[in-house]
Unconditional design. Sequence first.
Length: 406
Amino acid sequence: MSLDLAAIRRDFPILDQQVNGHPLVYLDNAASSQKPNQVIDAISDYYRQDNANVHRGVHRLSQRATDAYESARDKVRGFVNAKSDKEIIFVRGATEAVNLVAQSFVRPMLAKGDDVLISHMEHHANIVPWQMLCEQTGANLKVIPMTTKGELDLSGLNELLNERTKIMAIGHVSNALGTINPVKDMIAQAHAKGIPVLVDGAQAVPHMAVDVQDLDCDFYVFSGHKMFAPTGIGALYGKQDLLETMPPWQGGGDMILSVSFAHTQYNELPYKFEAGTPHIAGAIGLAAAIDYMHTIGIAKIAQHEHDLLVAATARLEALDGIRIIGTAEHKASVLSFMIEGVHPHDVGTIFDQQGVAIRTGHHCAQPVMQFFGIPATARASFAFYNTFEEIDALVDAIKKVQELFA
Ligand code: C6P
């Protein structure tokens, strides 16, 4: 069941370099993952051989670009097990997808006094678009609380889901804490009251198999760059019957069937939501990343990352002066921590001098930091190409920080 890490790491040329005189140890995968040659080659092959605009030309290159773009959509459909390609909208990333749903699906039905329900551990991308919407409409932003372990406190969910609630928008996996939330049960509870649900899967799709039909979510959003694909591409899954009822979000080319000054007839799904020339190479790169993940095996990816997380957690727990932030029972490969007496930014700088790349800061989840009464954390986040030796480097870097601040 174990992965051939040496072979896998050969696919990621960027990992083979020295930083500040040390071998690079890349543990910032939750911010953005690295790209294998297979993805880089798919993008450069597209630009070398097929580059043209899509859905527009009768010439051969445009047809090839269109075929590649649409087959990428079908690949994404299969990746999340959506029923139809019409349910997959290409967007810039998770952030854009949440904004699209907020403005196109929720805004028309939101009135003063209604509620939008999110959770305390959301990324800003799943807070601010809803807050803006509430400001625009006079609706209220309601928040599912969390516990000191970094798990959602669902004891009051039944009351939070009420006749005023127009949508529940929740993260599948917390980027700051690593918590895997019980979204399937939460969706069932919301649906029992007829409330639609958006799931932010930005930190889930790189690490676990996601089946939108099994979850029965109404919307699921994610970014390509956290799952070994390029930046600037991501996907919004939406149930077809809901997407059909929604007005376009942005206007322009490709999202129309016909335009006159008197009237514009909008295109059918999924194009209705894809105004302008899309990120064709990005979609092709995303499809290549999905192929790559399947070649390795998503179950094997999940197992290896779990083993890394368990091992790293045990190593950090054994050290003095370390506080782990986020100790949920079910976690994906995120390890947030504090080193006693040292600001996380200093931790990040000293780590970098050791060649160890982590993220320090509030991780765009400031309410999480406020909850724990801290300004920031140091966050190590693992991908399937990380090794157990890299956990040694993480621990050595922590010891170095503690030596310098002793
Ligand atoms: N989190 C992190 O370091 P975009 O920027 O649109 O690709 O993804 C936004 C986003 C949405 N939801 C979650 C749970 C996320 O983690 C992110 C991005 C990165 O944690 C960059 S801030």
